[in-house]
Design a protein around this ligand. Structure first.
Ligand SMILES: [Cu+2]
Length: 167
């Protein structure tokens, strides 16, 4: 009997917590799953994506990500290396634009997070993420198309890249 009461109280408590979380829908919270608020026709539900570096390799553990145009994307990046710094930079364009950003980022240096001063071709980016650390960013997915994401830490591009498909 007592156990049942306890279980009931627990369930109630958890649903209250869930209700509290669901309400705001503020940027930042960064929790995966849940969150079916609103659902205005035509607006895709926000999505949370996890991506990391591939151990000690100069590579992302996911080479391809897919989102919907206009979707609010929360990207959680985990640096799985114990030695390397990494970042995640979403490029507005293909290889030519990406290599320009990587070059300019290299010149800009660590104090500028290896990012160029002119960020007109950068859709979203994390800062430099230290070994075994994480970063979370939220951005709105661009128009349908294919975009490169890269790491601009010196020497990591062009090895460290992937493709974001926007549907
Ligand atoms: Cu890197």
């Amino acid at each position: 009997m007592k156990l049942r009461m306890l279980a009931l109280v627990l369930v109630l408590g958890i649903s209250l917590l869930l209700a509290a979380c669901g309400g705001g829908g503020q940027t930042g919270g960064g929790q995966t799953g849940g969150g079916q608020t609103g659902g205005a026709t035509g607006t895709p539900e926000p999505v949370t994506i996890q991506i990391g570096s591939d151990g000690e390799n100069l590579a992302f553990d996911k080479k391809e990500l897919t989102v919907k145009a206009g979707q609010q994307v929360t990207l959680e990046f985990k640096n799985n290396s114990v030695a390397q710094q990494h970042n995640w930079v979403l490029v507005k364009g293909g290889e030519t634009v990406a290599s320009q950003i990587a070059n300019d980022g290299l010149v800009a240096g660590l104090e500028k997070e290896y990012l160029p001063e002119d960020q007109s071709n950068i859709i979203a980016h994390t800062g430099v993420v230290e070994p075994e650390a994480s970063a979370s960013i939220t951005f709105t997915a661009p128009a349908a198309g294919t975009y490169l994401y890269i790491c601009t830490v010196p020497g990591h591009y062009p090895l460290m890249q992937g493709t974001l498909i926007v549907q």
